[in-house]
Design a protein. Sequence first.
Length: 187
Amino acid sequence: MTVHDNTISGNAQGIYIVNDPLDLAVGNVITANRVGTDRDGLIAIANGVGINDGGTNTQIGGEAIGEGNVVSGNEFDGIIVGVTTGTQVVGNLIGTDINGTGVLANGGGGIAGGGSNGAVVERNIVAGNGTAGIGISANDTLVTSNLIGASLDAEPYSIGPVCHDRNDRNWTIQVHRIMVTVHGLRP
């Protein structure tokens, strides 16, 4: 399934990929969407959850210019990486406006998940969210080169010695399980 260049707002779940026991939800591509905002990516129109991934080898965003999604303004988590294998969350704006400079907070975490294997969370801007910027319970997962708790212009969204999410909680990255690699927080 490919979901490209849509405005998806005002739903219980913006994009929901079911964890399929027959493994039919494989190779999904979600790029260049505005999930939880208006079509201009500047005003929040909340879904309950922005993107809920239960598929295999799902690509959320991408490395090329224009492939990233704006996943902001949702009532709960922006992106949930559920019981998945090989999910890539790359190059997205999560909790910010389409310019990456204004806050459109998700009510829960920016990127949340549990039970994933082999996920890559890379080069995302994750800021202004209600709880953890990135909170993952995973195996063999790489979290690297994300800008967390600050806008694209590196302005922090909270006060304190470290850039946290908007409630200034020490929840910038929460990682549980084995073989999770966490690298630098800035691209």
